[in-house]
Design a protein around this ligand. Structure first.
Ligand SMILES: Cc1cc2nc3c(=O)[nH]c(=O)nc-3n(C[C@H](O)[C@H](O)[C@H](O)COP(=O)(O)OP(=O)(O)OC[C@H]3O[C@@H](n4cnc5c(N)ncnc54)[C@H](O)[C@@H]3O)c2cc1C
Length: 506
């Protein structure tokens, strides 16, 4: 016979002792494939989901404005699904350890479970919390929900962390993903209700409304993540390899913010795409899916690097770049502002920066172009670009953003060689030849013929006249000469090259 639960209801699993655990949600906002939740439910009959709002503990990388928007809506969605399962999310704010200790006291919990995060400040905090809780006689356990492989599980033959993607992925990607875990069918509510803040009290949404367009672009939360994943499997996945570089096509998954907030996990995506292969036999689908999973591999690589090189959000992976002759701040304030506002006069750069501002997201190819333009043509430190992305991206991830910026600036893992400077005009013509993306985001130039869209300043006056376009008036002239700034960047990079960066490995 089943042991009675403390609320008098029959205990659902006689093997599980009557005890209470806290499930500490952080950025793993889902109920399915949640290893900490599954582990807690396997050992305790009552699992209370809690969230402690403590952004200052992530300093200096507290979530930016766009991330906070996402977080608000993702917490709302999570809270609704947990309530539907029977145990609403308990929300607190303040010092994480103090709040967890208070919740332990109030609920009589004997254990705290959570899924790991990999940002240096969070790792340090979590270690401290685990030690204190265990010293107090509690069970404190952490799990991997966010990655296919833990950063410490993959090493070079010499026992070092990887700094080059291909050998990293050859090693890490060969490991089979664990089985995806199902969502629980129900959660038992706490014996006595616990006080909880309203999500609005966390003040995550902007007080001055700049987020209108976000609502039409995104549906944060686990259900929204799955809707996006299914839409990708039904359409973009089959075109991924050929079209993933074309910003006008919706052929990438747009799953980055969902992945970042843990609304869907990489293990689930690997299994879902394997199922797609089993269900559909479209030509080339295997290669497309492999390419997509390889991009998930870049996400793994980014976390691997951040874990092993925790200073890289601020400092170059290769130390010789610390001496790089960036322009002084006073000399670049205006061009930085033009870049941020999408007013550089280079259409593909401005299109990307406006897409970012309006939607909180930018296509990967265009991220590379705007980052190259900032660091190489404008000679502005990559940290300025990373900081702007941090505040404006809904998928702002310390791991991926750091990798992307250091890669673009030429100072990070697997970086583009310093002499490879994207020509934004050629990139634009190659990846948005018919100007669909440019016309969408830079309507001022929409009437120009396709051939003149990518570099309006180079068009003949007759072309301007025919399009009723006045350069410098309707749309800015370029803030910098592309050829002169390219030469300047090459000279600057030339000054630090050759001092040995160890950028290759077997
Ligand atoms: C300067 C710069 C900054 C970037 N900052 C971020 C960031 O803050 N957050 C972020 O998630 N990505 C960042 N990226 C990587 C990449 O641009 C985005 O992951 C991608 O555009 C997200 O779109 P998607 O979901 O449609 O990608 P898909 O092409 O569908 O790829 C699937 C998933 O793989 C992962 N992924 C793909 N490419 C990369 C990559 N190069 N590095 C790491 N993960 C990758 C993402 O999680 C993505 O959702 C940055 C790239 C650059 C060049």
């Amino acid at each position: 016979m089943a042991a009675p639960g403390y609320d008098g209801a029959p205990h659902s699993n006689p093997l599980i002792p009557m005890s209470t655990a806290l499930l500490w949600y952080r950025r793993d906002f889902r109920v399915a494939d949640n290893p900490a939740l599954a582990a807690a439910l396997a050992a305790h009959d009552t699992v209370i989901p809690v969230y402690v709002h403590a952004p200052d503990e992530e300093a200096p990388w507290q979530p930016g404005a766009a991330s906070r928007w996402w977080q608000h809506h993702s917490l709302t969605a999570l809270s609704a699904s947990l309530a539907a399962l029977g145990s609403p999310l308990v929300i607190r704010a303040g010092d994480s350890l103090a709040e967890l200790q208070a919740l332990v006291r109030e609920s009589g919990a004997v254990a705290v479970y959570w899924n790991r995060l990999y940002e240096p400040a969070i790792i340090a905090r979590d270690k401290r919390i685990k030690t204190v809780l265990r010293k107090a006689g509690l069970v404190a356990e952490s799990y991997n929900s966010a990655l296919l492989v833990e950063p410490w599980e993959v090493k070079t033959g010499g026992g070092e962390p990887y700094r080059v993607f291909t050998p990293f992925w050859r090693n890490a990607g060969a490991r089979a993903a664990r089985a995806a875990l199902p969502a629980p069918e129900a959660l038992k509510p706490p014996a006595k209700p616990l006080q909880s803040l309203a999500i609005d009290a966390l003040k995550l949404l902007p007080s001055i409304r700049w987020d209108d367009a976000f609502y039409s672009h995104w549906t944060p939360g686990e259900a929204g993540a799955w809707a996006q994943a299914e839409a990708f499997c039904a359409d973009g996945a089959a075109r991924y390899h050929d079209q993933r570089d074309l910003p006008a096509k919706a052929s990438t998954s747009s799953l980055s913010p969902h992945l970042h907030f843990g609304e869907i996990g990489p293990v689930q995506l690997v299994h879902r795409t394997q199922r797609l292969l089993a269900e559909r036999h479209a030509p080339g689908l295997v290669g497309n899916v492999e390419h997509f999973v390889r991009e998930l591999g870049w996400r793994e690589f980014a976390h691997h690097l951040l874990f092993h090189y925790p200073t890289t959000p601020d400092t170059p992976l290769y130390p010789k770049f610390a001496a790089f002759p960036w322009l002084p701040k006073a000399d670049y304030a205006d061009s930085l502002r033009a870049w941020q506002r999408g007013r550089t006069g280079v259409p593909i750069v401005d299109a990307g920066m406006r897409q970012l501002w309006t939607t909180g997201w930018m296509h990967n190819r265009v991220r590379m172009i705007v980052a190259s333009f900032l660091t190489k043509n404008l000679l502005i430190p990559w940290q300025e670009g990373a900081a702007w992305f941090w505040d404006t991206l809904v998928d702002a991830s310390l791991a991926a953003n750091t990798l992307g910026w250091q890669w673009s600036a030429g100072c990070g893992a697997d970086a583009a060689p310093y002499f490879r400077i994207f020509n934004p005009v050629l990139q634009s013509a190659k990846f948005d030849g018919d100007g669909v993306y440019l016309r969408r985001w830079v309507p001022e130039i929409a009437k120009l013929p396709d051939a003149s869209l990518h570099a309006p300043w180079e068009a003949k006056p007759a072309v301007w006249l025919a399009a009723k376009f006045s350069p410098g008036q309707d749309y800015p002239k370029p803030v910098v000469s592309l050829s002169e700034s390219r030469d300047r960047a090459l000279a600057a990079y030339g000054r630090i090259k050759g001092s040995g960066d160890g950028a290759s490995e077997g």
